[in-house]
Ligand binder design. Sequence first.
Ligand code: BYC
Length: 331
Amino acid sequence: MEGVYGNDFGTDQQPDPDRAAPDEAAFAALLAGEGRVEPRDDMPEAYRKTLIRQIAQHAHSEIIGMQPEGNWISRAPSLRRKAILMAKVQDEAGHGLYLYAAAETLGVDRADLVDQLHSGRQKYSSIFNYPTLTWADVGAIGWLVDGAAITNQVPLCRCSYGPYARAMVRVCKEESFHQRQGFEILYTLSHGTPEQKAMAQDAVNRYWWPSLMMFGPPDDDSPNSARSMAWGIKRFSNDDLRQRFVDMTVPQSEALGLGLPDPEIRWNDERGHYDYGEIDFTELFEVIKGNGPCNAERMAHKRRAYDEGAWVRTAAEAYAAKRARATESVA
Ligand code: BYC
């Protein structure tokens, strides 16, 4: 597993040698009482690094996640669909910004995090390495990918780290709107012509298994879960959230009139959950390693956009310096 994840917590940040060791007992008591850890509080270095790793990966996912859907903005089938999709993709940029801001409260610099993404030292969600081949893929992403994201992120609203938990509250409200717009796209297609229905079914077939992989490796192969759960960062295990997503999605697929590409899905009265087929986790590990269908394209596009936007950052810095000088001279 080591080789797959290459884990050094995904950050170059070193502990500050002058900082006093945190009071572990006080920290444990705060967590036991369901208190929130705030940026001013002492925290164990490993807790801080785990949060930086997860929040940065989450922020990068929101930003890279703009690409597959952004691909359809110029080809949306109507002005209404185009306006909605532009607003959705813009929301994802906003989520990335809240999350980078939350990570910065832990003493890292956003530019460093972006640099670590660009140099392959930090990850982003596997799901964004799949192509968007048809308009129905925009519906499947909204319904399944945003649906999986909400399932994972609603519990993060109760994460023990205050700034991350608060960012999640707003993100989840927006994601639930995104999920409904995806459902509505697929509903329209599945009640349209036979060709439109077939296009919707094909998109669901391609996005179903990668959406289940978004929740991460199985619990017995998830090196970070136990500690993150003990710290109140994660509230549920990867497999529990995956099951919750399946239970929510199967009845929705029936309402859509679309099938799911898994013949083993069936209600299990004894467990009170839907059973589902075995997930091919070798695919997840390959995508995480960089071997998914679109990894190279996504990163090349991201680096190019960053380089081409350098003048905007320079201009914003010059403007901020000019305003600071003007404020100083008035004072
Ligand atoms: N893809 O020990 P584990 C969105 C990595 S964007 C890639 O279980 P953990 C949206 C994992 O990082 C929503 N890597 O880890 C945007 C770890 O490697 P490192 C994105 C994955 O952290 C635009 C290793 O595998 N959501 O909604 O306890 C349009 C071992 O895993 C993946 C978030 O980021 C994966 N799928 O649990 C539409 C949610 N899975 O870091 C929608 C926040 C695992 O040790 N993150 N890895 O080198 C989390 O909840 C957790 O980080 C995870 C993984 C459940 C993803």
